[in-house]
Design a protein around this ligand. Structure first.
Ligand code: ATP
Ligand code: MG
Ligand code: MG
Ligand code: MG
Length: 470
């Protein structure tokens, strides 16, 4: 069985052997890019190179990039634990060409790596191409029968990093996990079905345009290549398991939680809490290591949500005391070979996590009780929607991130009036801004922790213009 560490190394050295320069992962906190909440793809650190604003001493690069998709254009928070393939934090393997090779070589390299280096079964591989990209459709026919080349529209096969920035048509490589995994959908087919059977492994983006604020696309100085393959996903295939959570990257975390809770993990709906905690503990560890701290605005708030969400699912498993900070060393142990900085930052990370967990637990119990009472009353009246003002009070007074309220609502077959909630949030935000209340809170926490802080605090005022609440 090939370990994730081996896969990561195989990828990097394969592309090195094809003239690519190995580049370190950049921070999860994008540097000098106010359009982005978190690093969401390997190409982020090369954005200016694609745009022609910066040149590098090399034209080909390869990296394994830390990514978080928990806000902004790419937000997979809600899928975590529900699918076998989505995480908040994941590692993206990628090769890049800055105006050097283009489609033909990108396809040839990807195919060779998957079928020759990793020896994946060719007959289980499928690809998708952008429906207007005749060239890609032709090129793939050198490797695959037409029947396994699917033309898809913009949603799947036109990639962009955010609302603005580099973008272009793309081509995705999928593996069919087998007919035995066919779902209940009328048509369980690639592009028509979002189930785990059709496992997207690798996206090859043909970077050709820059999209501006008005949505206008202008051609980039040179067509380029940007690719991304999720390490957890390819590890799943290589390790002969069905879920990312059963790979050597995540399963040890689940086992650790089993030991802590004395409960047994099941790879079904019952295991949801385990998966969320395993996923979130990685995101928490890496985000804090990269200098993010829990707070009320922007990326700080996303981190707070992730911690509180994990804490809440811990409570569901019977963990009533802070526990996430105890999972951190396990994450570090698993990841430190690839990310040595984690070990150095570990005491700091644990301190931040524990402080936030404590704070949350203090108010969580009261909030949960109030929410349950409200839900009971509403259900008695046959109402299926939790009013926005209740969600807001829970947030404001009891520190309940909105997605916790939504999760609990969903468990009871209910919805939350998000619109009213957001209106109240906006009013509150304006007030808070005036009082600079949230910044005070962050400063307060930062001053307690700063002697240990590993990374200069890179600011929370520049975050994505999205609303913090989704
Ligand atoms: P999906 O359609 O499965 O949500 P995507 O098309 O949104 O994936 P891309 O933006 O193309 O993903 O990212 C490139 C690769 O990164 C994907 O092919 C996949 O292997 C991996 N990836 C994307 N999102 C996640 C995630 N949330 N967790 C783990 N791996 C991911
Ligand atoms: Mg996605
Ligand atoms: Mg996709
Ligand atoms: Mg994709």
């Amino acid at each position: 069985m090939m370990s994730s560490n081996e896969i990561r190394e195989k990828f990097l050295s394969y592309f090195e052997s094809k003239g690519h320069t190995r580049v370190e992962s950049s921070s999860l906190v994008p540097q000098n890019d106010p359009t982005l909440l978190f690093t969401n793809a390997g190409m982020n650190q090369f954005k200016d190179v694609f745009l022609g604003l910066k040149t590098l001493p090399y034209k080909r690069a390869v990296s394994c990039q830390k990514c978080v998709r928990a806000g902004g254009k790419h937000n997979d928070l809600e899928s975590v634990g529900r699918t076998a393939r989505h995480h908040t934090f994941f590692e993206m393997l990628g090769n890049f060409s800055f105006g050097d090779y283009f489609k033909k070589e990108a396809i040839a390299y990807a195919w060779e790596f998957l079928t020759d280096v990793l020896k994946l079964p060719k007959d289980q591989l499928w690809v998708s191409v952008f429906k207007e990209d005749e060239e890609a459709f032709q090129l793939w026919q050198a490797y695959l029968p037409k029947e396994r080349i699917v033309r898809l529209g913009e949603k799947d096969n036109f990639w962009s990093m955010g609302e603005t920035g580099p973008c272009g048509p793309c081509s995705e490589i999928y593996i069919d996990r087998g007919i035995e995994h066919k779902c209940d959908a009328e048509e369980c087919a690639l592009g028509k079905c979002d189930c785990d059977r059709w496992r997207e492994l690798w996206n090859l983006v043909f970077m050709q345009y820059n999209r501006d604020e008005n949505g206008v696309m202008t051609p980039l100085p040179k067509p380029s290549i940007d690719t991304g393959m999720g390490l957890e996903r390819i590890a799943t295939v290589m390790q002969g398991v069905y879920s990312n959570y059963d790979t050597d990257l995540l399963r040890p975390l689940i086992t650790f939680i089993e030991d802590m809770t004395k409960k047994e993990y099941k790879d079904n709906e019952q295991g949801f809490a385990f998966r969320v905690i395993a996923d979130h503990s990685r995101a928490i560890t890496f985000l804090i290591s990269d200098g993010v701290i829990p707070g009320n605005e922007g990326r700080n708030y996303v981190l707070r949500r992730i911690i509180r969400r994990a804490a809440r699912y811990g409570k569901e498993l019977g963990l009533n005391e802070p526990f996430l900070y105890k999972v951190v060393p396990k994450v570090v142990e698993l990841m430190k070979d690839a990310y040595p900085e984690l070990e150095k930052n570990m005491p700091y990370i644990q301190k931040v996590v524990k402080a936030e967990e404590k704070k949350f637990l203090e108010t969580l119990n009261d909030g949960l009780r109030i929410l349950r009472e409200n839900i009971e009353d509403l259900l008695k009246e046959n109402k299926k929607e939790i009013p926005g003002n209740i969600a807001f009070v829970l947030y404001d007074t009891y520190g309940f991130p909105i997605d916790l309220t939504c999760d609990i609502a969903q468990e009871n077959g209910m919805k939350v009036d998000i619109k009213t909630f957001e209106e109240l949030m906006n009013k509150q935000r304006e007030k808070a801004k005036a009082a600079r209340k949230s910044e005070y809170e962050i400063d307060e926490l930062a001053s307690v922790l700063s002697p240990l802080a590993p990374t200069a605090f890179v600011g929370y005022e520049n975050f994505e213009t999205e609303s913090q609440v989704q």
